[in-house]
Ligand binder design. Structure first.
Ligand code: HEM
Ligand code: HEM
Length: 216
């Protein structure tokens, strides 16, 4: 059997039980952590006085931000390959429509924020190239050939797109987390369990994945 079929079969064994596969789960939590870090680091660096820490934070913010773009592309490809789990959130009604729309907007922001940030970085014409994880060098977008007036226009547009993206995330993340908490503590359904890493002796885990202590 082909490798991709085996991988799909493995992932579908989770999604058929209403859970994201471990790959989907780790994409979610690594990206959630990075996005929160980006919101904090961006907010801080924009307020630091000019100097060494501001520059270092800019570099970290930009390089991690570009990793989000790469992860988002991989995650999107994974989502196209593996169907979403069907869980208690998939009922007809406005809440399900809002949840699906939120996911679509999240993915748009995962592209818009890094791309507008990359455009800003390129219009400023950095001395040092950016590197994802300190290794893969990312060239600037070709704005350095523009006149100073156009460079300024690019910077202005990219900055306002970036800030609108930040406002979008800052509104959507609390809404999304609030909805998840409501599912877990109010509706007491399986939605949050589906995105949490599996605990081996979890009573709800299917038999073949449940941890059975060895006797003797
Ligand atoms: C998901 C990814 C990203 C998020 C959530 C994010 C978030 C933020 C936030 C919250 C700010 C502060 C805005 C303000 O208060 O004025 C900011 C500013 C900035 N970001 Fe990002 N960012 C991301 C990706 C990137 C990338 C990939 C780059 C560059 C390659 C970048 C470059 C910048 C720059 C240059 C600023 C300063 C803008 C200014 O104040 O003039 N960002 N970002
Ligand atoms: C910056 C933070 C976060 C972002 C950007 C984010 C983004 C996303 C995205 C894009 C999905 C769709 C699944 C996928 O594409 O893999 C998702 C699903 C989900 N997230 Fe988050 N998330 C964040 C934080 C959280 C937190 C803190 C919780 C829990 C308290 C949470 C709970 C969930 C749940 C339960 C689902 C599954 C929803 C369903 O199956 O309908 N998320 N999240």
């Amino acid at each position: 059997m082909r490798l991709h079929r085996l991988i799909r079969q493995w992932a579908v064994s989770y999604t058929e039980e209403g859970k994201y596969s471990p790959i989907g789960v780790w994409f979610h939590w690594i990206m959630a952590g990075l996005v929160l870090f980006q919101l904090g680091s961006g907010w801080l660096m924009a307020r630091y006085p000019v100097g060494g820490s501001k520059l270092a934070t800019y570099e970290l913010h930009s390089e991690l931000g570009l990793s989000i773009l790469l992860l988002a592309l991989l995650r999107f490809a994974w989502r196209l390959f593996i169907p979403d789990p069907i869980n208690d959130a998939d009922k007809p009604g406005w809440q399900s429509v809002v949840a699906h729309a939120t996911v679509i907007v999240f993915y748009m922001l995962f592209a818009l924020l890094p791309l507008s940030g990359w455009a800003m970085w390129s219009a400023i014409q950095p001395v040092e190239p950016l590197r994802i994880a300190g290794i893969v060098e990312i060239p600037p977008m070709p704005f350095h050939t523009l006149s100073p007036e156009w460079k300024y226009e690019v910077l202005r547009w990219a900055r306002s797109l970036h800030v609108w993206g930040v406002i979008g995330l800052a509104l959507l993340v609390p809404m999304h987390v609030g909805a998840a908490l409501k599912h877990h503590f109010w509706d007491r359904d399986d939605v949050v369990r589906g995105i949490l890493p599996e605990i081996p002796d979890d009573e709800t885990a299917p038999d073949h994945r449940r941890y059975t202590p060895r006797v003797g």
